[in-house]
Ligand binder design. Structure first.
Ligand SMILES: Nc1ncnc2c1ncn2[C@@H]1O[C@H](COP(=O)(O)OP(=O)(O)OP(=O)(O)O)[C@@H](O)[C@H]1O
Ligand SMILES: [Mg+2]
Length: 308
């Protein structure tokens, strides 16, 4: 059990209309048993493709998947893995309880059906037909199906899509409760806030690669920077980079842009040293914007961002 999940050199391309789409371009990743990790990235980053290979649903073009020392397929068949995929409908014309019971019957060591219904908050809709559920209720039933095999690894691909705010909050509470039983969890999301609140670790993907990987606190610190812009001709950006609280600086014509880890310190020092600076603006990198900065830049495509 201690080996957790290992992905080594994973690659996957799809045939696209104008040539191959390199969805996953070499992923190396270990997730320790008991860890909760979030997989973050914009649309098309390769999150679902990676997850599909981890679950044995897609065959890698290159590389290896090992789940608790087994192949993906073996681990899934043994009931060690529960998954909530991004797409897929519930089987129709069954009650929620019948469906969860049927799924439990497929595995060697399932959870108690009543416990599952209760834990996932669908006890009250247990006798409802699966095709008459709301979007959020459907998501809960899909979650129940994912955990009813009592998996050691839970894989969730954007699980809170279609849930309202309250539904999301409840969902994450249940997920954390489940994770606290010593489970390994990997979930894909677009929201850094969700990762921050519910994972120990954030893995950022862009263009089929991992571009940052670290404790959520470090990722947040990294993207929590502010940007200071000012009109300040004739000062070398390297000199400005020496100001306190500045992480990096660049110049475009008369304008300088300073990326600040502590913009309060920077603005004081800047005005003291260069009182001629004008048109000053400081903008907080919103999480989304900061995230795009980390993952969206074309020149990141071949770079690895190291989180300090
Ligand atoms: N079955 C497929 N056939 C062709 N191309 C595919 C297929 N599945 C995925 N792709 C392409 O591979 C790339 C990665 O897709 P993937 O679904 O892994 O991204 P994602 O990170 O999960 O995105 P999202 O946040 O939108 O779910 C995309 O360019 C997508 O169009
Ligand atoms: Mg996806």
């Amino acid at each position: 059990m201690s080996s957790g999940v290992r992905l080594e050199g994973l690659e996957k391309s799809f045939r696209g209309p104008t040539g191959p789409i390199r969805a996953v371009r070499g992923i190396d990743l270990s997730i320790a048993a008991g860890e909760t990790a979030a997989l973050l990235g914009p649309n098309g980053a390769g999150k679902s493709t990676t997850i599909d290979m981890m679950l044995g649903l897609a065959k890698p073009d290159a590389g290896q998947v090992s789940v608790f020392g087994r192949s993906a397929r073996e681990a899934v068949d043994a009931g060690l893995v529960g998954a909530m995929l991004q797409t897929g409908n519930l089987i129709r014309d069954l009650s929620v309880r019948e469906l969860v019971t049927m799924m439990a019957g497929l595995y060697p060591d399932p959870m108690d059906v009543n416990e599952t219904l209760e834990l996932t908050g669908i006890g009250a809709i247990a006798s409802q037909r699966t095709h008459k559920l709301s979007g959020g209720q459907t998501q809960r039933v899909r979650f129940a199906i994912a955990i009813v095999c009592n998996p050691d690894l839970l894989v969730l691909d954007e699980p809170t899509v279609a849930m309202d705010v309250e539904g999301r909050r409840e969902f994450w509470n249940i997920m954390r409760e489940f994770a606290s039983r010593g489970k390994t969890v990997l979930f894909a999301t677009h929201y850094l806030e969700e990762a921050d609140a519910n994972a120990d670790r954030a893995i950022l993907m862009a263009h089929g690669r991992i571009v940052a990987d670290g404790p959520t606190t470090e990722i947040k610190a990294r993207v929590g920077r502010r940007t200071l812009r000012a009109t300040l001709p004739a000062i070398d950006p390297a000199t400005l980079a020496q100001l306190p609280g500045v992480a990096s600086s660049e110049r475009h014509g008369d304008a300088v842009t300073l990326s600040c880890s502590d913009s309060d310190q920077t603005i004081r020092a800047l005005l003291q040293a260069y009182p001629e600076a004008k048109d000053i603006e400081i903008v907080g990198a919103g999480l989304e914007a900061a995230f795009l900065e980390l993952t969206g830049e074309p020149d990141l495509e071949d770079a690895e961002v190291t989180v300090p």
